[in-house]
Design a protein around this ligand. Sequence first.
Ligand code: PEP
Length: 249
Amino acid sequence: MRRKIIAGNWKMNLRFDEAKALASAIRDGESAYRHEVILCPSFPYLTSLAQVLAGSKISLGAQNCADRENGAFTGEVSASMLASVGIPYVIIGHSERRIYYHESHAVLKDKINIALANGLKPIFCCGETKEVRLSEQQANYVERQLEESLFHLSEDDILRVIIAYEPVWAIGTGLTATPEQAQEMHHFIRTRIAARYGRAIADQIIIQYGGSMKPDNAAELLSQPDVDGGLIGGASLKADDFKAIIAAV
Ligand code: PEP
């Protein structure tokens, strides 16, 4: 049985006092959580929130890292910096990074390599745009994202990656993939992993769903056999909603 992992992507939201209050509220009641929980706040809050969460089972992740090791890259944050302050996870390839910051398959491949080389566990986002879904090309589109940025990895390394299937048309739009649509794509992704790495590895990889997951649709989505958790944006900014998603299954 794969474990489920629920991650909150706070994006570029919350002032510091609000972020601390949200992390504390999510920590409260964690003894009831049956799943692993990861919070992904903005870079400046990571080390302070590590103190808020010290001694708890809740982990922290960054929302991005640089595609270079270190050096003269003003404004960037490297994977080695994140590792040096004890951050275990990093989101790589979120659709907002792909769309607004033009991150290519090749750049994301470099980020994956550097994150893994520094001991971080990437949460690699993939998912099709609305145009691609309307032309029914979602499987080819997502397969290419996996092949170009992930499938060069060794067996040991792919096992350290979490995949988040996030249809772009469902992110922040209030539109959610139906449980059947989510299951179909998660099953497809697992089939492609099995074709590349074998069934035993494919069966271990965590594939989260992301895209307007909320307390009222979480149980159905998270009950699908190939849906191993969620990457939650908007609903992760409200402690009660995020906790309800964690408790949904
Ligand atoms: C996300 O940004 O990863 C996401 C899934 O956002 P939302 O839940 O708001 O659709």
